[in-house]
Design a protein around this ligand. Structure first.
Ligand code: ZN
Ligand code: ZN
Length: 258
């Protein structure tokens, strides 16, 4: 027997919205005990907090404003802290820097990111970090804003093993998605092999990034099982061990309520 947790998904996005019961049933079939629902806007904070309250122990919530969400979002420290105060909100985020579409909004993104780190420190809750084409800048900000006091996770990690070790030094671990199952993920697989047993988690980022053999479908939290199965193959460890280690790491980092 084994039990998994999806450490990052968006079950409230339009593709999955209103299907909580079905998602939970599918999770149970696949030995997925729980999933962390991550908000990307202030309005979604309400949705994921309600989802977690309605399904205790099945869904947990994380609240933040994504770096690519509208500039008009309420993203000050106080607004973020308020959205994250609920006991079912176990992390602050997702937040970070995303330069995939260029650096036009860099200043806004940096201000927003700093506000999240400040709110996390105030609440003593860990951070969920989104970083795309911006890992060095993200790491610099985490260090400069003393994010190590609360720690957190670099979700959908695509950096290398060296950067992973740098992150560990400031109290940040990594989380791997279904990209692990894609062709051309050799570098990421190598990073996973280098991760210490207590230094990584698995996630879906549903509704995106459906793993093999579900490519092209809408991804659901249950598919974290495919990610974990891939991790087992890559690390040459039994699935049971992957499940136990990633679940333990999730609990250590996020302290979910019972
Ligand atoms: Zn993200
Ligand atoms: Zn996400």
């Amino acid at each position: 027997m084994f039990s998994l947790i999806d450490s990052h998904c968006h079950p409230h996005f339009p593709q999955l919205q209103g299907r909580a019961e079905l998602l939970i049933a599918e999770m149970e079939t696949n030995a997925v005990a729980a999933a962390l629902a991550v908000a990307t806007t202030a309005a979604e904070a309400t949705t994921v907090t309600a989802l977690a309250a309605a399904h205790p122990g099945k869904f947990y919530a994380a609240c933040g404003v994504h770096p690519l969400s509208a500039e008009s979002e309420e993203d000050g420290e106080d607004a973020i802290a308020k959205n994250c105060a609920n006991k079912n909100v176990i992390a602050v985020g997702e937040t970070g820097l995303d330069f995939f579409r260029g650096r036009e909004t860099e200043t806004m993104q940096r201000n927003r990111f700093a506000a999240h780190i400040a709110a996390a420190r105030k609440l003593q809750k860990p951070l969920i970090i989104h970083t795309r084409e911006s890992l060095p800048q993200t790491m610099d900000m985490l260090a400069a804003e003393n994010a190590r006091d609360v720690g957190g996770v670099l979700h959908c990690y695509t950096g290398d093993a060296k950067q992973m070790r740098e992150a560990q030094k400031i109290n940040f671990i990594v989380s791997f998605t279904g990209i692990l199952t894609f062709k051309n993920s050799a570098a990421m697989q190598e990073t996973l092999r280098a991760a210490p047993p207590d230094g990584y988690m698995v996630e879906t980022d549903a509704p995106y990034l459906a793993p093999v053999p579900h490519r092209g479908k809408i991804c659901t939290p249950a598919m974290v099982r495919n990610v974990a199965e891939a991790a087992a193959q890559i690390r040459n460890e039994p699935l049971k061990k992957i499940a136990a280690n990633t679940t333990k790491t999730f609990h250590r980092l996020f302290h979910p309520p019972d």
